[in-house]
Design a protein around this ligand. Structure first.
Ligand code: ZN
Length: 219
């Protein structure tokens, strides 16, 4: 596998104000790309429109899970968080921030956190790196709880200590249950089913996942 080398020190991207170090220096970037291999060998989600955004989201979700498995939670370099690529895309110009996407606050990187704000144009294969913010936020809310910034609806998360439950729910749904033409609505049904399969119909993960999809406007 070949990863980008980034850009020289003391240079920055005009669009984001970030310097970029070698991409292989970010654990979540490597895990994101490897998860695309898992997807292409399992659900084979079509890389277009909503199925493509689910494909992207699963790579972001599993790369976040990998960080929390190998790293200590925190905001520093080499620590686990809900940001993507934060160890490679580094704030340089004053006012810029680390990373390229956030599962905790998709809007911080111009992604929607609610279905009503989804991108419906043709760029980026129908917004696969844009609308991934919606299922990404479901994963975050089902774990940590809190409210969606657009709908204001609140989610009872399973809590950080039980993060692995939601990781397993998403893994089961995306690897074993989703068809290649899945929509966000299909993913809602599949993750709720996976939570039932793993933890029982009246379990906390079922409640968390259901409330999280509702909070982002996917029913
Ligand atoms: Zn990707």
């Amino acid at each position: 596998m070949y990863f980008g080398n980034g850009i020289p020190a003391n240079y920055y991207l005009v669009s984001s104000g970030q310097n970029v170090v070698q991409l292989a220096g970010a654990l979540d970037v490597a895990a994101h790309e490897l998860t695309h291999g898992v997807t292409s060998s399992s659900s084979n989600l079509m890389y277009l429109n909503e199925s493509g955004a689910l494909n992207e989201a699963f790579s972001d979700i599993m790369s976040t899970a990998v960080e929390f498995y190998f790293q200590t939670p925190g905001t520093g370099r080499g620590q686990a968080d809900y940001l993507l690529g934060e160890d490679a895309f580094r704030a340089f110009r004053p006012g810029s921030i680390n990373g390229i996407r956030s599962l905790e606050n998709p809007r911080a990187f111009n992604q929607p956190d609610h279905y009503s704000a989804r991108y419906t144009g043709r760029e980026d294969n129908g917004g696969v790196h844009i609308n991934s913010g919606i299922p990404n936020h479901v994963f975050y809310l089902a774990i940590e709880g809190g409210s969606d910034r657009t709908s204001g609806l609140t989610v009872q998360g399973v809590g950080a200590a039980n993060r692995e439950q939601i990781e397993k729910v998403f893994y089961r749904a995306f690897v074993f249950l989703l068809p290649s033409n899945a929509t966000f609505s299909t993913a809602r049904a599949a993750t709720i089913q996976a939570a039932r399969d793993l933890y029982g119909a009246t379990s906390a993960p079922v409640t968390a996942v259901t409330q999280a999809w509702t909070a982002v406007g996917v029913n």
